[in-house]
Structure formats: C-alpha cells, structure tokens
Design a protein around this ligand. Sequence first.
Ligand SMILES: CC(C)NC(=O)[C@H](Cc1c[nH]c2ccccc12)NC(=O)[C@H](CCCC/N=C(/NCCC(=O)O)S[C@H]1O[C@H](COP(=O)(O)OP(=O)(O)OC[C@H]2O[C@@H](n3cnc4c(N)ncnc43)[C@H](O)[C@@H]2O)[C@@H](O)[C@H]1O)NC(=O)OCc1ccccc1
Ligand SMILES: [Zn+2]
Length: 249
Amino acid sequence: MTDEELHTALDQAALWLNAAERVCVLTGAGVSAESGVPTFRASDGLWEGHRIEDVASPGGFERNPTLVWNFYNERRANVKKVAPNPGHHALVELEKRRGDRFTLVTQNVDGLHQAAGSRNVLEIHGSLRRTRCLGCGTVANRELEPLGAEPRCPQCRGQLRPDIVWFGEGLPDDVWSAAMDAAHECHVLLVVGTSAVVHPAASLIPIAKRGAVIPAKVIEVNLTSTEASRYADVGLYGPSGVVLPKLVQ
Ligand SMILES: CC(C)NC(=O)[C@H](Cc1c[nH]c2ccccc12)NC(=O)[C@H](CCCC/N=C(/NCCC(=O)O)S[C@H]1O[C@H](COP(=O)(O)OP(=O)(O)OC[C@H]2O[C@@H](n3cnc4c(N)ncnc43)[C@H](O)[C@@H]2O)[C@@H](O)[C@H]1O)NC(=O)OCc1ccccc1
Ligand SMILES: [Zn+2]
C-alpha cells in the first residue's frame, strides 16, 4: 500500500472511529509480532516439528503432558523477555477516550494488552499466565514464573494444565458471549493482526457486520490481506506498531 493510499485510508478510518459511539477491537498474534512474539503463521503452524494443533490439544496433553508443558513454558519464558509495542499502547489510548464503550477481544494468550494498560480485555483463548487444576479445578494466576515440566496443584497436588483453550475445546461461555455482544453492538470493529482463520473467533467479524442496529464499519490492520478482508470497509496495510499510533493520534 503506497503512503498516499495509506494516508487516505487512515483519514477514512479515523473519521469512522471518531464518529463511532461503541468500538470493538479483535486482535491476533500479529499485534504482538513487533514485540518479538512469533506468530503462528510465521512458524508455518509448527513447533519443534509438531503441528500446533497437536500440541495445543487435549489429546496432545493426554499423550505427552511434558511435551505440552515444554511448549507453553518456552512461550512463557519468551513473553517474560518482551514488552508491549506501540500498537498495544495505541489501543490503550483508544480505550481511554471511550471508557466502557470500548471492548478489546484478543485471541492472544500473552497478556501484553493488559501489560500495556488495556483494561476491558476479553481473553477468548485463555492466558499463558494462568493454570487450571484437573483435580480441584482451581484457576490460579502464576504470571510468568517458571513452572517446570509437570507442575502440580499447591492445593490438592492434582495435575495442572495451562488455562488455555485448545483446539477442539469450547471457549469459556461468559467470555465468549461478552465478546459476541461487544461485536454485535459496536459501530466500528477494528481487526488487528489476525489471519481470521480460527473459529469461532473469526465469526465475530460477520457478527459485527450484521450489527444490532446498523452494520459496523470494519477496519482491518494487517501486513497483508486475510480471510477478514472481504468484510473490511477499509484496510490499513502495514505493521500494526506503526499504523495504530497513526490511527489514534
Ligand atoms: C485451524 C482452524 C481451521 N481450526 C479451527 O478453527 C478449530 C476447528 C473449527 C471449529 N469451527 C470451525 C469452523 C470452520 C473451520 C474449522 C473450525 N477451532 C477450534 O478447535 C476451536 C478452538 C479454537 C481455539 C484454539 N486455541 C488457540 N489459541 C490458544 C492456544 C495457544 O495459543 O497455544 S487458536 C490460536 O491460533 C490462532 C492464530 O491466528 P492469529 O492469531 O491470527 O495468528 P496467525 O499467525 O494465524 O496470523 C497472524 C496475522 O498477523 C499478521 N501480522 C504479522 N505481523 C504483523 C504486524 N507486525 N502487524 C500487523 N499484522 C501482522 C499476519 O499477516 C497474519 O495475518 C489464534 O486464534 C490463536 O489464539 N474449538 C472448537 O471448535 O471446539 C468445538 C467445541 C465447541 C463447543 C464445545 C466443545 C467443543
Ligand atoms: Zn487442585
């Protein structure tokens, strides 16, 4: 996208954003790429030669919990080394201007939105920072402290798993229904750094497009066109760490 084209698209997007009463944002791995968190696509969906769907799945955990915990401990250790980027901070600024008429729905489990200062964040795929006990069900915030290959529950010594939504698992009802409501009621949906391939997360885009009262304006921010592009009213193609600060300035 030429600078001229990006400039024109930014003007249009800013107009819709400023006119919108309710704003919803959907983010994916791309918003954290400039912080040094690898995206799924960047690794061709593979980790150490394993298809991510195999590692990030209940079956994978049953077969080899140590392998799965190594996968997540490696990602926890990496997130501990990185910081939010200007894209995360721009979304914090956007929320400040909107207060409770702003909802940030993220597919990311890295917690970088909250680390940047975002408040109304819906983690529809869970978080690297939480564990869930398969014995007593306790969900605990363990931040990014090292957890070892097979962590046990401090309460009941039960087996712990990451509090993350794996492939083939349903999303947490309360968080998912809040996300659907936010998409349904928004006037602008900002879709940032997602390939929009994974479901049901990607279905938030057509939900917003249908809209409760009026169809939402969909603004896509990505390095390239995606499965979401057919719903986009305007596309801002460039690194989100560069484009988002321009959009909210
Ligand atoms: C692969 C896909 C086709 N498969 C699915 O969607 C499956 C199956 C399925 C269900 N319904 C369907 C309908 C159609 C087809 C398939 C399905 N869905 C499920 O299994 C879901 C669960 C899905 C959630 C899985 N967990 C994740 N994450 C946590 C784990 C973990 O993280 O370890 S999904 C995970 O992958 C997805 C990766 O996508 P992105 O984040 O978009 O990242 P990606 O790398 O793909 O793209 C990055 C983008 O950024 C851009 N980019 C890069 N750098 C930048 C930059 N600098 N700036 C801007 N943009 C940038 C790139 O261009 C690119 O576009 C995210 O959602 C992420 O959270 N569960 C379920 O259906 O359960 C049933 C059920 C229902 C009810 C009750 C019981 C059971
Ligand atoms: Zn327990």
